[in-house]
Ligand binder design. Structure first.
Ligand code: SAJ
Length: 429
């Protein structure tokens, strides 16, 4: 079977680059999204998200007629589902966030009328274990005239697999091509078909497993990172208490050939690492003790940072008895969730800045070189450049190690009132 026409459902940070990659290999791609504005933008050869090199790829794909977007699914030979899997609204009873599969369910219902015998359906969205089988069940209910892998094995009409995306924001185009791919088919033939599809553009190895293991592999990768960052964050709090520089300590410990500690920071942000571990905890709450604790350690780091800022304000006022809190200007360096990107989603730096702006009566400077305009709901933060902040602020709060800050000789700051969550001075002397 060859895949003459490919449909990508969900044209966000993963779906759009994936659709553009297939189109760049001269496959006919129909991208589907519920957002008509995104669909219009793409059909004009433009993009609605920020990712290096994606604009050129989409522009060329649309211009040459290989990529087209629509709000309605149509027939294709392969369907890739790349819709969000957020949390359900929180119930009072449980402190464990539960995954919301409603976007996958809607995607299933929207493609059900157009799928046909021989089609391949791939779930790319990061999902709790069992989600691919759940998707299969929704499709089977909607299309009793077709047979599916779990009940009909290799002779089924429809092939299905879970192939999680694992690309790093900012490097999506490169990593889509170069990373190895985990291919979890509901049967072996399903996996083989999925490998055939991905080999259209993937240069990395496509490694075959089953759907449940593929689902768990993705969650495991992000939980591994979360647990390791939690270790670093906990170390930073311990070291602060013991008057030890945590970044020097980590540098020293990492000289051991079998130790590789990650870096502490103001907390863990983004839409993946702070989310995915909960998909494991919600399935196995009794067993996933370490993973749950790591989430709590990382989620509570902003509270600790705010306490350090309060302490710094107190010390400043003690040294400057003629001043009141209203006279104290706090500069918050970096608002995005990690360095050198423009993404504010689930950013601990932004959360901390907002919380400080609410509690502190003086001026708050926000220094963010990667964003031209802050979202409207962010109030009481004065945008200034790095030089002005260094010169005019009384308390300096470093939260994101953007290259602009590293190049700017941060060590020229008045160290006494610097709250440095990224160890800029010692990591980048
Ligand atoms: N962070 C630290 N210390 C570190 C490393 C990161 O505090 O030493 C923080 C960052 O500042 C950020 C958060 O962790 O707030 C997450 O950043 P990240 O760069 O670790 O990861 P993401 O969320 O941008 O992308 C991750 C990647 N997963 C892994 O590296 C295992 C990516 O490959 C996944 O595709 C992506 O999640 C996803 O979509 O799931």
């Amino acid at each position: 079977m060859s895949f003459d026409k490919i449909s990508v459902i969900g044209l966000g940070y993963i779906g759009l680059p994936t659709a553009a990659m297939f189109a760049s290999r001269k496959k006919k791609v129909i991208g589907v999204d519920v957002n008509p504005k995104a669909v219009d933008t793409i059909n004009q050869g433009q993009i609605h998200i920020v990712e290096p090199d994606l604009d050129m790829l989409v522009h060329a794909a649309v211009k040459e007629g290989y990529l087209r977007a629509s709000t309605k699914p149509e027939q294709a030979d392969a369907f890739l589902i790349a819709v969000p899997t957020p949390f359900l609204p929180k119930e009072n009873k449980s402190d464990i966030p539960q995954p919301d599969l409603s976007y996958i369910e809607s995607a299933a219902k929207s493609i059900a009328p157009v799928i046909k015998k021989g089609d391949l359906i791939i779930l790319e969205s990061t999902s709790p274990v069992g989600a691919t089988e759940q998707l299969e069940q929704w499709l089977a209910e909607a299309r009793p005239d077709l047979t599916f892998p779990s009940s009909n094995g290799e002779s089924s009409d429809i092939r299905m697999a879970h192939c999680p995306e694992r690309v790093l924001p900012g490097l999506v185009i490169k990593e889509l091509v170069e990373n190895d791919r985990v291919i979890g088919g509901l049967t072996n033939l399903c996996s083989q078909k999925a490998v055939e599809l991905y080999k259209t553009f993937v240069k990395g190895e496509c490694v075959i497993t089953n759907a449940r293991t593929a689902e768990m592999a993705k969650l495991t990768e992000n939980s591994f990172r979360d647990v390791n960052i939690a270790f670093a964050n906990e170390l930073s709090i311990i070291c602060d208490k013991l008057d030890i520089n945590v970044w020097e300590l980590i540098k020293l410990a990492n000289r051991h050939p079998r130790v590789n500690i990650l870096q502490p920071g103001p907390g863990v942000g983004g839409h993946c690492i702070a989310v995915d571990p909960w998909f494991i905890v919600s399935k196995t709450p009794e067993e996933a003790q370490l993973i749950r604790t790591a989430r709590k350690v990382n989620d509570s780091k902003p509270d600790w940072v705010i306490e350090k800022v309060k302490q710094a304000i107190g010390e400043y006022l003690l040294e400057n008895p003629d001043k009141t809190a209203k006279d104290v200007t706090i500069a918050c360096y970096g608002l995005t969730f990690k360095p050198d990107i423009d993404d504010l989603r689930e950013s601990p730096a932004l959360e901390i800045t907002n919380r400080i702006a609410k509690m502190h009566p003086g001026t708050i400077f926000g220094i963010e070189p990667n964003i031209s305009q802050l979202p409207k709901h962010i109030k009481n933060i004065k945008r200034v450049n790095f030089e002005k902040a260094i010169q005019d602020a009384n308390i300096h709060l470093m939260m994101v190690d953007h290259k602009e800050f590293l190049e700017s000789k941060l060590s020229s700051m008045n160290n006494k009132f610097l709250v440095d969550t990224k160890g800029i001075e010692i990591r980048y002397p």
